[in-house]
Design a protein around this ligand. Structure first.
Ligand code: BGC
Ligand code: NOJ
Length: 812
């Protein structure tokens, strides 16, 4: 069952009922000011950091699930309704929500009054603009009252939810222009230079800034007293819970419409220019912001600018194939999700509270793989930021705070896959841009510039860390965990409340990871290539020797007969082996080792992928492991803590499905690679939105596995490395346009019946118009013409100065 449809021309997903199985959200904002907005107008807003600078309050774990939001109420006689249906939930005569790229619109009607709401964050301003239009479609005059409502958060969202003994006394506001502009200035008197505003471009008939006054002390936003009365109270909050609400009386003739523009903004003042009078905040920048978005023309122009920004970005990789689902994912939604992971990392979603994790070292490096072609300059800075949190021995803080860019010492280091992801991200950046200068940048260790070294030295530390941290089988030590945060082989946590990951020692001398071995083979080779590019052939040769040792160990100690072992635990027992009672086979080493090329020539790769198909595959995707753990294994940790079928315990972790799909392309299996791609791909499972539940336009981190009660149900949508890896898979391996150091390589691996397709790719300042002809084969370019000339191999030679390449490739 579907709850909407894709409008590909408009680059929008159209939701046709507010009652989606879960809130279906969108992200507004591209630089520093962000909002989450659901299809019922739920969500919240923050500046830069969802924990420390949160403008509006949201209650996670609320009942009903998705409420608080930035709401508009319309009172028409005795009927009160909202354009997004919530919070009053009056049945609407019509409803439509369109989530576009950086904006959302709502068009709803009740009793012949139509409301249109457009909400977006402009490209260059720290505000969210909402354009609200009311249209009278009755045959008679309409006498309506429009109310706005936002509830302020007292900035630090963590403290806001906990520290009531203080917070209920700190709230302060100012009101100007008869109530049109409301200033939220809690804590501005002391250590803050910033405040928030909510203003409307018209004179108002009333306002409220005290939540209790507007809602009534015993009501929620589903039944505000002021709206029921048709009249705000003019309250000025002092402590308790400050809000901003406007009341506008709107009289409309038949056919008439009126539009109002609301601006929710963040303002920062210089320390020495905070006040315009004692206790009166300096409003100059706020007034300038409000003036900028005073007219419909200005708002429309700003929206246009946003849309053009996205059109330009998405023109960098564009496919036109016979499969509209592939096209819409590649051209719109997958890339959009990659950008959202760039902006949010894992901080703020409907499943990540915005107060938990900062930026993950491994997460951010992997996210890079999905957006580096879109925003190479910002990716460059991100790489430097990430590398700056590395330790001198090559290990790294597992997480860092985006505001300070400092490593998070609560969790520390010891996740032994982390260092290698830095090579992955840097290599992707250089293959995309050719910018070798980044390797010569001086980058601090643990943010200490006095011990800075070049980025290439950092990569060497990463490489050496793995090369020098190996266990009894010559495989890399796992530390606290590797990619699978829940495989905690050194922790042995026995009591609730202990962190599975950080309770035990950061590293044991025995527990080893075959997954990290696969990574070492893949990124060790990429490191060797970078060394070569810098002219250091000796280092490249040394790296390849180290890689060879781990390759050999993987094919021997890391091989279980029909698939790769997952790990060795602290007692040197196998994890992910036939010998195990539960958890006999894991997906990660099968996907990653094969995509790295391990065991291809030995025939192990074919066997491993066959085993995946036989033992882990389901109609909704490939499970992370089987059989699921039915009891808690002290020696394995969190992985066995989840009920069977959920999360790391045999859930379908969408992040590593593309690894297997890529692995299949390495073996030339286009049919199977695409089959795997389709199983978790949102556009292909839109029809089962009632089962899948999460948004049909973005990937979720996890789909419940076969052992789970709710098999097929998605969770944790949006902020997942799945976005980057699925895009890498479809764009670079299946459609086969892969950036190498020497230019773009064209080597598609598609299903037999995929048909011809065209790709436009902007790369290093040139545009490549690529057409691929398929002669029924899955892989193997038999002919490659570049600007009419036949080229040997798969790589289009990059020529400085050439701006247009016409490329014709024939598969088979
Ligand atoms: C989750 C993992 C996640 C980790 C982060 C675990 O509880 O299952 O998916 O990576 O927490 O710390
Ligand atoms: C989510 C985390 O963000 C990611 O870093 C990790 O690899 C996966 N969970 C698997 O545990």
């Amino acid at each position: 069952m579907k709850y909407g449809f894709f409008d590909d021309n408009a680059l929008e997903y159209v939701i046709t009922t507010p009652k989606t199985p879960l809130p279906w959200i969108n992200y507004l904002g591209n630089r520093e000011f962000f909002s989450l907005i659901s299809n019922t107008c739920g969500g919240y807003t923050f500046y830069k950091d969802a924990k420390l600078l949160r403008l509006t309050r949201y209650r996670y774990n609320n009942v009903p699930y998705d409420n608080n939001g930035k709401y508009f109420f319309i009172k028409d006689g005795d009927t009160i309704w909202n354009p997004g249906w919530q919070p009053v939930k009056t049945a609407l005569d019509s409803y439509e929500c369109r989530h576009g790229l950086g904006y959302s619109t709502f068009t709803s009607s009740k009793d012949d009054v139509e409301a249109k709401v457009l909400t977006f964050v402009p490209m260059e301003d720290n505000c969210e603009v909402s354009k609200v239009t009311l249209i009278n479609k009755k045959n008679s005059d309409a006498s309506l009252t429009l109310f706005s409502y936002v509830e302020w958060c007292l900035w630090n969202a963590d403290d806001d939810m906990k520290n009531f003994q203080r917070n209920l006394s700190t709230g302060e506001v100012e009101v100007t222009d008869g109530g049109s502009v409301i200033y939220h200035k809690t804590e501005y008197r002391e250590r803050r230079n910033h405040y928030a505003i909510y203003g409307v471009n018209t004179a108002v008939d009333g306002f409220d800034t005290s939540r209790d006054a507007f809602l009534g002390a015993y009501n929620g936003p589903d039944s505000p007293d002021a709206v029921k009365e048709g009249k705000c109270t003019g309250s000025v909050a002092s402590g308790w819970s400050p809000i901003a609400a406007h009341q506008i009386n709107v009289n409309l003739k038949p056919g008439e419409s009126k539009t109002f523009i609301f601006t929710l903004g963040y303002i920062e003042n210089p320390e020495d220019d905070k006040w315009e009078a004692p206790s009166v905040v300096n409003k100059k920048p706020a007034i300038a912001m409000l003036n900028k978005f005073k007219t419909e023309e200005a708002v429309d122009a700003s929206l246009e600018e946003l849309k053009n920004y996205w059109k330009e970005l998405l023109s960098i990789y564009h496919v036109s194939s016979s499969n509209d689902k592939v096209d819409r994912m590649v051209n719109i939604w997958n890339q959009y999700q990659c950008m959202v992971t760039f902006n949010m990392s894992r901080s703020a979603s409907y499943y990540e509270s915005g107060i938990g994790r900062g930026m993950g070292f491994r997460d951010s490096c992997q996210d890079l793989l999905g957006f580096v072609h879109l925003i190479p300059d910002r990716a460059r800075q991100r790489i430097i930021d990430i590398a700056s949190t590395q330790f001198q021995d090559g290990s790294a803080y597992h997480q860092y705070q985006p505001l300070t860019k400092k490593g998070n010492s609560d969790i520390g280091s010891g996740f032994n896959d982390d260092p290698l992801w830095l090579i992955a991200g840097t290599s992707a950046y250089i293959r995309e841009t050719g910018d070798l200068s980044i390797l010569k940048e001086m980058v601090p260790f643990d943010n200490d510039m006095s011990v800075a070294k070049t980025l290439m030295d950092h990569l060497k530390c990463s490489f050496n860390f793995t090369a020098t941290h190996k266990g009894p089988h010559g495989l890399p030590l796992i530390g606290r965990a590797d990619w699978n945060d829940c495989l905690n082989l050194n922790c042995f946590s026995e009591h609730p409340g202990e962190s599975f990951q950080t309770f035990g020692p950061s590293e044991g001398p025995v527990a080893e990871s075959v997954f990290i071995a696969g990574m070492f083979v893949k990124y060790g080779e990429e490191y060797a290539q970078l060394a070569e590019l810098l002219g250091d052939d000796a280092e490249a040769a040394r790296a390849r020797e180290e890689v060879k040792k781990v390759y050999d160990a993987t094919c021997t100690a890391g091989w279980d007969g029909d698939w790769f072992v997952r790990a060795y635990d602290a007692n040197s027992n196998k994890v992910g082996s036939k010998e195990c009672e539960e958890g006999q086979i894991y997906i990660e080493p099968q996907g990653f080792c094969v995509l790295a090329g391990v065991g291809v020539k030995e025939g192990l790769a074919e066997k491993a992928l066959k085993s995946v198909e036989e033992r882990l595959d389901t109609k909704y995707g490939i499970m992370i492991l089987q059989p699921a753990y039915t009891k808690y294994h002290l020696e394995l940790g969190e992985v066995s803590s989840y009920p069977p079928g959920y999360k790391e315990n045999a859930g379908i972790f969408c992040h590593n499905n593309p690894w297997v799909s890529i692995a299949e392309t390495v073996l030339g299996h286009g049919n199977r690679a695409f089959e795997i791609y389709k199983k978790t791909c949102p556009a292909f499972i839109e029809e089962i939105s009632d089962v899948h539940c999460t948004e049909p336009y973005v990937y979720s981190q996890m789909v419940a596995g076969r052992d789970a009660k709710f098999f097929g149900q998605g969770k944790n949508s949006w902020l997942t490395g799945t976005a980057a890896w699925t895009f890498v898979n479809i764009s670079q391996y299946i459609l086969g346009v892969y950036p190498t150091h020497n230019g773009l390589s064209i080597n598609p691996c598609v299903p037999e019946d995929f048909g011809d397709f065209n790709i436009t790719r902007k790369y290093r300042g040139a545009t490549y118009n690529i057409s691929v002809k398929q002669n029924g084969a899955q892989k193997g370019v038999s002919k490659l013409l570049v600007n009419g000339k036949e080229v040997e191999g798969n790589v289009i030679p990059y020529e400085e100065g050439v701006k247009e390449y016409t490329v014709e490739a024939v598969i088979g």
